[in-house]
Design a protein around this ligand. Structure first.
Ligand SMILES: CC(C)(COP(=O)(O)OP(=O)(O)OC[C@H]1O[C@@H](n2cnc3c(N)ncnc32)[C@H](O)[C@@H]1OP(=O)(O)O)[C@@H](O)C(=O)NCCC(=O)NCCS
Length: 202
């Protein structure tokens, strides 16, 4: 059993997968239609507008942001300089450098060899044009190519058919449904073995 002294001096276990994902920090992770990059301060206006948008919040089962822009900006600056633990947030840009949304790898669990991903294309002009498929494919490739993780999963609302089709097109298959806070979520996953088979075919 730990005594008080042990608790103070014990270092948190190093998250090797997260460190590997971040190893190319400062460089683009490029796909066919998008490139993923580290978040930067100039993303703040778009992120504020997207998080304050009721339709985007509903599609993501998230609360609508109510904070004022100055308050949001202060939090944003803090997060940019001191990223949250066990999260790897990225901005989604077109190949021409337009910021159209965000994606994240989070809940990295090295004991289970798995991680969760999320995506939000905030700019509606870029819906239904293959940007979601390319983002998820690029992110999943980056995860499997730079870490030893074996499974990537995500969740989406059971009525969000566009998101489900997008994820199916990336090779994800459904494996569970869960009800949380009155919302029905569908969980989908892709395992390294299947990802490898899909890559050989394409
Ligand atoms: C969900 C999201 C990531 C998908 O990205 P996208 O770039 O719009 O999607 P893509 O064009 O890559 O793929 C969408 C697929 O769904 C299909 N689709 C669109 N609307 C559909 C619907 N109502 N029912 C079924 N399929 C639909 C498209 O035809 C396309 O499939 P196809 O290429 O086989 O024809 C993006 O639209 C988004 O972020 N939306 C807003 C927020 C949101 O939904 N968040 C929840 C994410 S869990």
């Amino acid at each position: 059993m730990l005594n008080q002294h042990d608790k103070v001096t014990m270092k948190p276990k190093k998250n090797i997968a997260l460190a590997a994902l971040k190893a190319n920090r400062g460089k683009y992770i490029s796909g066919r239609k998008v490139r993923l990059r580290q978040k930067k301060l100039t993303d703040v206006r778009n992120d504020y507008n997207w998080q304050s948008d009721p339709e985007l919040a509903r599609l993501d089962a998230a609360p609508v942001l109510k904070a004022s822009f100055p308050v949001y900006l202060m939090d944003f600056v803090e997060i940019i300089h001191k990223p949250e633990r066990n999260r790897y947030p990225l901005a989604i840009e077109t190949l021409q450098g337009k910021h159209i949304g965000n994606c994240t790898c989070y809940d990295i669990d090295e004991s289970k060899n798995e991680a969760q991903v999320g995506i939000m294309i905030g700019d509606r002009d870029y819906w239904d044009k293959g940007y979601g498929v390319d983002t998820i494919t690029t992110l999943v490739d980056h995860i499997f190519l730079s870490t030893l993780l074996n499974r990537v999963y995500l969740k989406t609302l059971d009525w969000n058919l566009r998101a489900q089709k997008c994820f199916r097109n990336c090779g994800f298959i459904r494996y569970a449904t869960v009800t949380r806070n009155g919302h029905n979520f569908l969980f989908m996953e892709i395992k390294r073995e299947q990802w490898l088979k899909n890559r050989k075919k394409s």
